[in-house]
Design a binder for this molecule. Structure first.
Ligand code: AKG
Ligand code: FE2
Length: 292
């Protein structure tokens, strides 16, 4: 483990023995109603809740084709042992495939589609680049949970994303039900930065992708956020999606139902928010996690 020199930041994390809740000093919505397809009400909803659902972004045939593409990538012998494939702890099944936009023409085209890009550019008030993409399969009976976290906490501390000016799209390829491990969001949490306790060992990402141990928000902060905003479970039909702010507190339960939950995540970062050196002082993570 190397000696870390964290850099000064408006969003410090993993530098103190005490957790803290800090106000977000940046906007949530950067563009205006003139910049794109979302109306005032939708922009206001995103600013208030930190997320917005988009109905039927793609049709059934495209959903089926994307599911086949995910299966193909997960089984591709050329990718066996590739660090972009993350296995479930225990079962060894493929849990995630990263860098879909590099590995697959079909996903690259999907992420470039105006139906996806236009609302994202509007929310971020600029052109965007893909910071990260992945598919998270959550198989029936044994899909593991994702503990509560803010993506921005990690991207700032470990990847040097300066500002919370990034938006994720989670696109459902299977039904996201109330009981099969759908995304849960704490509405309003995007306005608070939860500064986490602990430090970050270098090169810990391999383990953290399977089981997050750093950048874990404290329970008192989670209680406060939930008391203020509640918890919303984002149910989605196949082909629908949810856009959520990078500092939203979110997570998902395990899946013990027979209904697999398979979602594609793509993260768009503003071109005006290029990555710097990681604020936590660690070595930058590889491109498949944080494209520079
Ligand atoms: O797949 C999920 O339910 C959540 C995944 C997530 O939040 C993440 O990978 O950062
Ligand atoms: Fe996340």
């Amino acid at each position: 483990m190397s000696v870390l020199t964290p850099r000064p930041s408006a969003y410090p994390s993993r530098v103190s023995a005490e957790p803290a809740r800090l106000p977000r000093t940046d906007p949530v919505v950067w563009g205006t109603v003139d910049d794109g397809p979302l109306d005032e009400a939708a922009l206001a909803r995103f600013a208030t809740s930190g997320y917005l659902t988009l109905d039927q972004l793609i049709d059934r045939d495209e959903v089926a084709a994307l599911l086949r593409e995910v299966d193909r990538l997960a089984a591709d012998p050329a990718l066996a042992g590739d660090e972009r494939l993350i296995l479930e702890p225990g079962s060894g099944e493929v849990r995630s495939v990263f860098e879909l936009h590099v590995l697959s023409e079909r996903f690259a085209e999907l992420f470039a589609h105006p139906a996806v890009q236009a609302p994202v550019r509007q929310l971020l008030g600029s052109d965007v680049t893909i910071f990260q993409s992945r598919v998270n399969r959550k198989p029936g009976f044994r899909g593991r949970e994702f503990s509560w976290h803010s993506d921005f906490e990690t991207w700032h501390t470990e990847d040097g994303m300066p500002r919370p000016r990034a938006v994720s799209l989670s696109l459902a390829l299977t039904e996201n039900r109330s009981d099969n491990g759908s995304l849960m969001i704490i509405p309003g949490s995007q306005r608070t930065f939860v500064s986490c306790v602990g430090e970050t060992p270098d090169d810990h990402y391999r383990e953290s992708l399977r089981n997050q141990q750093y950048g874990v928000p404290d329970e008192e902060s989670l209680v406060a956020l939930v008391e203020a905003g509640g918890i919303e479970t984002v149910t989605l039909t196949p082909g629908s999606g949810v856009l959520f702010d990078c500092n939203c507190m979110h997570g998902s339960n395990g899946n013990i139902t027979p209904f697999g939950r398979c979602n594609v995540f793509v993260v768009f970062n503003s071109v005006d928010n290029p990555l710097e050196e990681p604020f936590g002082g660690t070595t930058p993570r590889p491109r498949f996690l944080a494209a520079r």
